[in-house]
Design a protein around this ligand. Structure first.
Ligand SMILES: [Zn+2]
Ligand SMILES: [Zn+2]
Length: 382
């Protein structure tokens, strides 16, 4: 535990400093003496889902653990978590498909909560604010990527729930310049899926060349291959910008959901998309789907691959790429992506479809995600 002393905000408390949450008496740790608790570097605890060793989710690798309160150091805020989205990346980390950067680790990188304390010298205006925390936890701010608006490519980037403890917990710390102020009345479970799935879906659209339609030209045609939480946000943004959206996904339930969100066509990966596409985004972590998407785009079209982890892409004839078609991957998001998406989410407004789980049921949420049993996004509600 660090030696940092931190200040508590007006709304500090809740489970964090209640008598029941104190692991052992620290002499001053009483609900009525919260400031003293903070100053005394107390042993209050945070309840978290901890990953000690990756394993298939049916072997329940996450365990509920009581950890020492995280203390915000210089430039950090302490956040009382209200909700945390469960992302496919969490599943890949927990199962070991994504190599752990450190163990044990608390996963979770789509966090909505309230700032309850700040580190020394921090901006006191943040205390009491509702904020979001996303995948990008910090960057170097100096490299060629950081200096050219591409901080998502920074070699020194650190990630929430991978390099530092994430939001499958009652409390989490974050760098203050990497939190996103949210409207005070935002519903935590609805906002959480925007912070990763939504933001990376948004970046994928931009990488694929999708933007606000020119009113004088024909509407663009966009294909979404796979229809989970990320695509659910992407279709709403693309429709708002005036694009016609075609959705390919295995599940008939998801095809129905795509139609209900305005897709002009929804079918399976084996069906032929009935229109040539100007752009496509693939969400399914399968190389064969990338080829399907490439076969569906017209000359000059771009396929953006929205996947942090993908099996190999099968060999394909150059004719499929010829005529200036492009194939691009999407890696992480910048803070600007998150800001832009959050602004759009308010304006459109974006509807998120969530299934709620308790913190204790994080393992069940991951199982449901693995089995394709989540419609929309899985969110832990604290
Ligand atoms: Zn994610
Ligand atoms: Zn950098």
């Amino acid at each position: 535990m660090t030696e940092a002393v931190y200040r508590l905000g007006a709304r500090a408390g809740g489970s964090r400093l209640s008598v029941a949450s104190v692991r052992r008496p620290c002499g001053v740790c009483r609900p009525r003496a919260r400031e003293q608790v903070a100053a005394a570097n107390s042993v209050c605890i945070v309840r978290a889902q901890l990953l000690r060793q990756p394993a298939p989710v049916d072997r329940h690798p996450l365990e509920v653990a009581d950890l020492p309160d995280p203390l915000p150091v210089d430039g950090e805020v302490l956040i009382e978590v209200e909700a945390c989205g469960v992302c496919r990346t969490d599943l890949q980390l927990v199962e070991g498909d994504l190599t752990a950067h450190r163990l044990p680790i608390v996963p979770g990188h789509q966090i909505v909560g309230r700032v309850v304390a700040i580190g020394p010298g921090g901006d006191e205006a943040l205390v009491g604010q509702r904020v979001g925390v996303a995948w990008l936890a910090s960057t170097c701010g100096q490299c060629r990527f950081c200096r050219s608006g591409r901080e998502n490519l920074c070699d020194s980037a650190r990630f929430t729930g991978w390099d530092r403890d994430g939001g499958f917990a009652t409390l989490v710390t974050a760098r203050s310049e990497f939190v996103y102020l949210l409207p005070g009345d935002v519903q935590a479970v609805s906002a959480a899926p925007l912070l990763c799935g939504g933001a990376i879906g948004y970046r994928s659209l931009r990488i694929a060349g999708v933007g606000p339609a020119d009113p004088d030209s024909q509407p663009g045609t966009l294909g979404l291959f796979g229809f989970g939480a990320s695509a659910t946000c992407a279709i709403q943004v693309a429709r708002y910008w005036g694009w016609e959206v075609y959705v390919a996904t295995r599940s008939e339930r998801e095809q129905d959901r795509a139609r209900s969100l305005g897709a002009v066509w929804a079918g399976s990966y084996d069906d032929r998309v009935p229109e040539d596409l100007d752009a496509a985004v693939t969400f399914a972590p399968a190389g064969a789907v990338v080829i399907k998407a490439l076969e569906s785009v017209r000359k000059g079209g771009t396929v953006a691959i929205n996947a942090i982890h993908l099996d190999h892409i099968p060999e394909f004839a150059y004719e499929k790429l010829w005529w200036e078609r492009s194939l691009r991957s999407v890696a992480n998001v910048t803070r600007a992506d998150v800001w832009e998406l959050l602004a759009l989410a308010v304006r459109i407004p974006i509807e998120t479809q969530v299934e709620r789980f308790s913190l204790e049921a994080a393992g069940e949420a991951l199982l449901a995600l693995r089995d394709g049993a989540v419609s929309g996004a899985a969110v832990l509600e604290l």
